[in-house]
Design a protein around this ligand. Structure first.
Ligand SMILES: [Zn+2]
Length: 443
């Protein structure tokens, strides 16, 4: 399937091909849209473009062996995962997408990739009541296949169709896989990793093996929409931060929604803070850092300390922080098309999981919300954000609000970058992490 076979979407296609041509390919991309808008054909055409050996004029050639295999949905490095049901298979047999590849190929070939979930279930003869799902075993399979080297192509690709059909019971497995991915990708050379418990909460120190200053520490709050993320996930940014700054980094596994909605995460963050105080660190020696929902958590923690009349951390480092759960920022609409990672629907889903029934305007949920935002007395703050993210306004408006309160604050916008790009093994991420180290030296 070539981009030329796809109706419309020219701007998006140009954005994707330019990214590939400049060597900017994000590890994970989410294509969303109403049924029939062609997210699947777009993903297949993108996979074909990535591995084509003769790309030209902004499209794959359609003729090289890689293109021919991809078009036939038979490329050894392009995997498909989609919801299935054991209907028609022997009971006891493990049901994975791979068992339904013949039906899948037929369906894509017959429709050009434009079909709805119901049409797919009809093709599987599921009748009116049965649904398909992506199983936990399938998630394990994804990790397994991605951890092998590619057979012959530059890129190893897994296309997951209808990822929301992973049921809630699969969430645990998804989180475990996130843990494994973190372990696979964190740059841990020269690092020491020590796990500990803060009360019942798992936590970990990440520190340089080489001798280094020990007066200042980083308390790192991981992202993941308050519904995912864990110590494994935290390793990526923890190790990058420890490496660049020489400071020891404490990460902690706060309880997650929907099982543990607000205020569980805030209570756990306070517990981690108190742990550092018990160890004898001065509040001013602590750099409080967070990405995405972790940036939200860092701001809420800071606010809680301030309200309690306690000492605040010495510095705040926020990477693509989520500061406004009311989703009032212009970037939610203006940048939805170019954001390769997040969708407004995802933000709505996780805020509901975390804070259903709560007032999203409370300072404990939306530190930014203008009626409540008073950042007077906040420590020097560095905010980093990509200009291709729907959360851009969350950073921009936070910066304005902090400036109004005379907080020494800096906003660094990275061109063409996506949500928490600092996690990726790319040059712009290294530059951003170095900027964090430089900012800390200036304080
Ligand atoms: Zn080709």
């Amino acid at each position: 399937m070539r981009f030329a076979d796809i109706t419309g979407q020219r701007d998006l296609v140009r954005h994707l091909t330019e990214g590939v041509d400049r060597g900017r390919v994000s590890h994970a991309q989410l294509f969303t849209g109403a049924a029939g808008t062609g997210a699947l054909p777009l993903a297949i055409a993108y996979a074909q473009y990535l591995n084509c050996t003769d790309r030209h004029d902004g499209d794959s050639c359609g003729r090289c062996p890689s293109c021919v295999q991809t078009a036939a949905l038979a490329h050894p490095d392009v995997h498909f995962v989609f919801p299935v049901n054991k209907q028609g298979k022997k009971s006891g047999e493990t049901i994975l997408s791979g068992s339904f590849m013949p039906e899948w190929r037929e369906m894509v070939a017959a429709t050009g990739g434009y079909f709805s979930l119901q049409q797919w279930y009809d093709r599987l003869d599921l009748g009116r009541t049965l649904r398909g799902m992506i199983s936990a075993r399938e998630a394990d399979e994804i990790i397994r296949s991605l951890s092998f080297k590619s057979f012959e192509s530059e890129y190893k690709i897994t296309i997951i169709w209808q990822p929301e059909t992973m049921t809630e019971e699969e969430l645990e497995h998804q989180r475990r896989n996130q843990e494994i991915l973190g372990r696979l990708t964190a740059p841990m050379a020269g690092m020491e990793y020590e796990e500990l418990s803060i009360g019942t909460m798992p936590a970990a120190w990440t520190r340089l093996k080489a001798p280094h200053g020990e007066r200042r520490v980083i308390l790192y709050c991981h992202g993941g929409g308050y519904t995912s993320g864990n110590l494994g996930y935290s390793r990526v940014l923890s190790s990058k931060l420890a490496h660049a700054t020489g400071y020891d980094v404490l990460s902690f596994e706060y309880r997650l929604a929907p099982e543990f909605p607000y205020p569980a995460a805030v209570e756990d963050a306070l517990r981690a803070w108190d742990h550092l105080m018990l160890l004898g660190y001065g509040a001013r020696d602590v750099v409080l850092a967070g990405d995405s929902a972790g940036g939200n958590l860092a701001l809420v923690l800071c606010n809680r300390l301030k309200t309690a009349g306690r000492k605040l951390p010495g510095t705040l480092i926020l990477m693509s922080p989520w500061t406004d759960m009311t989703m009032s920022g212009q970037s939610y609409t203006e940048r939805a098309e170019i954001d390769p990672m997040l969708t407004p629907e995802y933000i709505e889903a996780v805020r509901l999981a975390y804070a259903a029934g709560q007032n999203y305007r409370s300072s404990d949920l939306s530190p930014l919300y203008p009626l409540f935002a008073d950042f007077t007395g906040f420590p020097p703050t560095l905010i980093q954000v990509g200009d291709h993210e729907i959360l851009y306004s969350d950073s921009e408006q936070l910066y304005q609000a902090m400036k109004r309160a005379n907080v020494p604050c800096r906003l660094q916008v990275s061109e063409g970058m996506w949500h928490v790009f600092q996690m990726f093994p790319i040059r712009k991420a290294s530059v951003a992490i170095e900027n964090i180290a430089r900012f800390l030296l200036e304080q």
